[in-house]
Design a protein around this ligand. Structure first.
Ligand code: ADP
Ligand code: MG
Length: 251
């Protein structure tokens, strides 16, 4: 069984430490949610793992199946089974979703290996059926004039096609209207299973009413201060993040 291990990770932006000693292990088949107030470093964590050049990992490691991903190029991280929802271009006029996904799938294949078009479309359509996506959708240009919900649908379909071992999804507070929320949660619930580990980052407890996580972690000031099961999310909803501050953070 595969696992993604984040070990005592420290991340800085410029000179400023943002993530300060974060530990988390995700096994294939598990859904982990990280919650926390704005500015605590949730997106920084996701972006640094994605290999964003502005985010410097100053110490610690991220291991997939025991192997550090930090020395890998961004595309190598993806090829070895890591999916990061936001690392893709926001709008590509003139490129259909079908062709974009085809290029993405081809890029994950070994050198010299050719993607078979018939097989590709068969797989694409079966994933679209599973996710209840209309056939017309994939002839549209990537993200061009898309609503928040359509962007999410494109992202989920991409995740379905790439069949990652681990997926890190940073669901920022903005852009998750009720339509997008439904698409993300139905998509994640359709894709979750024994071969996929998910790290779902969110500010809002509401998302976790639809995607019931196996584990919930509360992040505060750059590290995880409390972990529990789904009931922790409900407790947070009820008591707010001030409760975490008072009860859990030793100042
Ligand atoms: P969260 O996702 O938990 O709301 P972020 O990871 O976005 O938090 O931000 C953590 C801290 O890092 C904040 O203080 C934010 O202002 C700062 N920060 C995030 N991105 C940048 C950046 N590109 N340049 C400078 N500071 C940043
Ligand atoms: Mg964020």
């Amino acid at each position: 069984m595969s696992q993604l291990e984040i070990k005592d990770l420290h991340i800085s932006i410029g000179e400023k430490p943002i993530v300060k000693g974060l530990n988390l292990t995700i096994k294939q088949g598990e859904v982990h949610a990280i919650m926390g107030p704005n500015g605590t470093g949730k997106s920084t964590l996701a972006k640094a793992i994605a290999g964003h050049p502005d985010y410097t990992i100053t110490s610690g490691d991220v291991l997939m199946d025991g192997k550090s991903i930090l020395t890998m190029e961004v595309d190598e991280r993806a090829r070895s089974g890591l999916f990061l929802a936001f690392q893709y271009p926001s709008e590509i006029p003139g490129v259909s979703i079908a062709n974009f996904l085809r290029a993405a799938v081809q890029a994950r294949m070994a050198e010299g290996e050719e993607l078979d078009a018939t097989g590709y479309y068969k797989r694409l359509y079966s994933k679209m059926d599973m996710l209840k996506i209309d056939r017309k959708f994939t002839s549209r240009s990537v993200n061009e004039g898309f609503s928040g919900g359509e962007k999410k649908r494109c992202e989920i379909l991409q995740m379905a096609m790439l069949e990652p071992k681990f997926s890190i999804m940073d669901e920022t507070d903005s852009g998750l209207d009720i339509d997008a929320l439904r698409i993300v949660s139905e998509g994640v619930n359709a894709l979750r299973g024994a071969t996929l580990g998910i790290l779902l980052i969110t500010h809002y407890q509401r998302l976790l009413n639809y995607i019931v996580p196996d584990y919930v972690h509360v992040m505060w000031d750059g590290h995880i201060v409390k972990s529990g099961d789904k009931s922790l999310a409900l407790e947070l909803e009820e008591k707010g993040y001030d409760w975490v501050k008072k009860e859990l953070v030793k100042v």
